[in-house]
Design a protein around this ligand. Structure first.
Ligand code: M6R
Length: 345
């Protein structure tokens, strides 16, 4: 609905004029929990397409560090509920400092979109379960549409390339469906084997890093398993000390077709933990022979461009958290101690 007849992106819910958009020289994305991880994915894509700095900040930290905000800074507030108090307070701070705020929100008419200068609704439908799932995928998609729109306005990407990227984006629902149709048995088997594990490590590089953080968050939230997500490059700077015989380690492996160095480094990280006896779950592209050699379990992703991979890669990890929680007899929709929307600071 955001593409016009000529294939150009048109954000008609945005009340910031094109001139102001063109002048933007920095983006700060704010959010909490899952929304902040969607922001981290967006950072890679938007910097790549728009060639301006993108910072991502937890909303509750934002105003206390006195961030540098100018009228040329665009603050993007991501919130499924639109009522998260930390994000709302950060939004108010940004506007007081003269920056424009664009909200990416799933809930029509909530406080955050009401107070923002512009809003891009994710239209994902009501998200009932406490653990955010479809909102994450929809938030990433919305930030990509925003990034491509800015690239179109600023002329930082050729129009035909923008169209190709939008075509890749449009192909993603079918790829997610493929995962839902073909991978649940593997995911279930992994959950059965690992239900008694005391802890998990989730590792990723580039856009796989925020996916690792989000996958880890799902497992903490609904299966109550102590889980940490790390950037895979950090492994040798500390976390590898945690790896012992049988420790489950989940790796998000980028496609070898992308930046091959990233793939090679992911494989070398897998080798390192495998040598210490870890149980490896990999999320990897179909037919990745290197991964087949080392992983104990693989959740396959169909071929897709690197920047699109988070949209598929999170799905088996969401299923994995659900299966782990069910194995343990927990209510996957209403985990203990958590509220769907955190309306206090
Ligand atoms: O409604 P919001 O997107 O602002 O909520 C932000 C976080 O509270 C939320 O994503 C939380 O981390 C979820 N429980 C994650 O599953």
């Amino acid at each position: 609905g955001r593409l016009d007849d000529t294939g150009s992106i048109n954000l008609d819910e945005v009340r910031i004029d094109e001139h102001d958009f063109t002048m933007i020289d920095k983006i700060i994305v704010i959010g909490c929990g899952t929304a902040s991880y969607a922001g981290l994915v967006a950072q890679y894509a938007i910097e790549h397409w728009v060639r301006i700095p993108v910072e991502v900040e937890l909303a509750h930290e934002f105003r206390y560090r006195d961030p540098i905000l100018t009228p040329r800074t665009l603050v993007v507030a991501i919130s499924q509920s639109g009522e998260t108090m930390d994000t709302l307070m950060a939004l108010r701070h940004a506007r007081e400092q003269g920056s424009k705020v664009l909200a990416i929100c799933n809930t029509q008419g909530a406080s955050i979109p009401r107070e923002a200068d512009a809003v891009l609704y994710t239209h994902a439908g009501p998200e009932v379960a406490v653990a955010s799932t479809k909102a994450f995928v929809a938030q990433i998609t919305a930030t990509y549409v925003l990034g491509l729109y800015l690239a179109q306005l600023k002329g930082t990407v050729f129009r035909d390339e923008i169209r190709q990227t939008l075509d890749s984006l449009k192909a993603m629902p079918a790829k997610i469906q493929w995962v839902l149709d073909t991978q649940p048995d593997r995911v279930q088997r992994a959950a059965e084997q690992l239900q008694d594990a005391q802890s998990f490590l989730f590792l990723g590089r580039h856009v796989g890093y925020p996916v690792a953080l989000e996958g880890a968050l799902k497992l903490k939230e609904i299966a109550y398993t102590f889980t940490e997500g790390f950037a895979a490059g950090e492994l040798k700077h500390g976390p590898i000390a945690l790896v012992d015989e049988g420790e489950p380690v989940v790796f998000i492996v980028p496609p070898a077709r992308g930046r091959n160095t990233l793939h090679a480094k992911a494989i070398s990280g897998i080798e390192e933990v495998k040598a210490r006896g870890a149980y490896i779950i990999a999320v990897a592209e179909e037919n990745d022979k290197d991964v087949e050699r080392y992983a104990d379990m693989i959740f396959w992703r169909p071929e897709c461009p690197t920047l699109m991979s988070p949209l598929v890669d999170i799905v088996p990890l969401q299923l994995f958290a659900m299966d782990m929680a069910r194995q343990k007899g927990y209510d996957v929709d209403k985990p203990r101690n958590l509220a769907k929307s955190v309306t206090v600071e």
